[in-house]
Design a protein around this ligand. Structure first.
Ligand code: PMP
Length: 361
């Protein structure tokens, strides 16, 4: 028997299986399983990344001031209360490391993002799940699930994989009702897709128990570079900076993200294209008898009659070169999550779902 054992909780973490981008024997594959921007990053970001690549012998900035300033300018935030992470995954991990440990509870919703559980267990804390109401975050259920041990409460708004979101009043009611030792984390990975939405930044500014996380992986098309950020009260950001490694972001990633956030026309174009094709895809699927909730993000949660039908449709889509995401692991076995691709991909998916429903399997 080995004497080398991991910390309690670590073996409860399921190994992450990432989505494939190829299908054996099928050419012309489209990956619609990871909510990536089908238009790719801004050309300015690609160029900034290339230029930063000439100085790879140099360590990157540890304070990320230039990028934080650009973020603060675009969103109208206080630069000193922004913290950069290697993806927003890393900010989630910092929050759990710094604020939750053995005996503490980390609360999130039934169909919440998988990293809340992983980071809670990695910190030795206990993950606690509150039910949703028809695939929508239920503030009353979250408040009812709070205990004296609740240290962190995560909600994604919009939520992944449901695509639904709750209004500002509901989010404020949640922040207000939490026990005093708990921090509310507003995960805004998909907030950029909602025209005019600040992701909860104004609530962060009003309270001492709310943190917002954001990412460059979705609308900005930079998932491959791992850039995320958090915004919160100064005392909380100061704590998170203590657990952050000094060089947690690479120089090319910092340069690309800064160029990307400054390219406002491109960001707006991506947002509009997503909204247009999301509406088109939802309607086309509904016409084929596959309903979905109103999505506010860059994907659609397509609902089938049961798990068997969802899996059969997934298999059929695969045979047609289309990779979408099964979400049984999120407690949604009768659903498939389909990223809103470009026009051609949306038309291909709708056509294939139509063929499947028409008996082409
Ligand atoms: N939060 C949610 C809700 C997500 O869906 C994702 C990505 N799938 C993330 C956070 C993490 O994104 P990243 O680490 O790429 O910033």
């Amino acid at each position: 028997m080995s004497h080398i054992v991991p910390q309690p909780g670590i073996l409860d973490i399921e190994l992450y299986v990432s989505g494939k981008s190829t299908i054996d024997g099928v050419t012309d594959v489209v990956k619609l399983s990871s909510n990536e921007n089908p238009l790719g990053p801004s050309e300015a970001a690609v160029e900034a990344h290339r230029r930063a690549g000439y100085e790879l012998n140099r360590y990157p900035s540890s304070e990320h001031l230039s990028l934080r300033t650009a973020i603060a300018d675009v969103h109208g935030l206080d630069v000193d209360r922004i913290l950069m992470g290697a993806g927003s995954d890393e900010i989630i991990a910092f929050l759990c490391q710094a604020f939750a440990g053995p005996g503490d509870e980390v609360l999130y919703t039934e169909h919440g993002f998988s990293m809340y559980r992983v980071s809670a267990l990695a910190a030795g804390a206990t993950p606690v799940v509150a039910p949703e109401c028809d695939r929508v975050t239920d503030v009353d259920a979250l408040l009812a699930a709070c205990t004296k041990n609740t240290k962190l409460v995560f909600i994604a708004n919009p939520n992944n994989p449901t695509g639904t979101m709750i209004g500002g009043n509901e989010v404020a009611r949640l922040a207000e009702g939490l026990p005093e030792q708990a921090i509310l984390v507003l995960d805004g990975a998909y907030a950029d897709y909602v025209e005019g939405f600040d992701g909860g930044a104004s609530l962060v500014d009003m309270r001492d128990n709310v943190v917002m996380t954001r990412t460059f992986s979705k609308l900005y098309g930079l998932g491959g570079l791992r850039v995320g950020w958090g915004y919160g009260p100064k005392p909380i950001i100061d704590v998170l900076n203590r657990v952050r490694g000094p060089f947690n972001l690479t120089a090319p990633a910092l340069a690309a993200a800064e160029a990307a956030i400054k390219d406002l026309p491109y960001v707006q174009k991506c947002r509009q294209e997503n909204a247009k094709w999301r509406a088109w895809l939802a309607e086309a699927l509904a016409e084929h008898g596959v309903p979905s909730d109103t999505s506010t993000a860059n994907f659609i949660l397509a609902r089938f009659s049961d798990q068997q039908e969802a899996e059969a449709c997934d298999d059929y889509l695969k045979s047609q070169g289309l990779i979408v995401r099964r979400v049984a692991g999120y407690g949604l076995p009768n659903c498939l999550r389909i990223t809103v691709g470009d026009e051609a991909s949306c038309r291909r998916v709708a056509h294939a779902v139509g063929q499947f429903k028409g008996g082409a399997r």
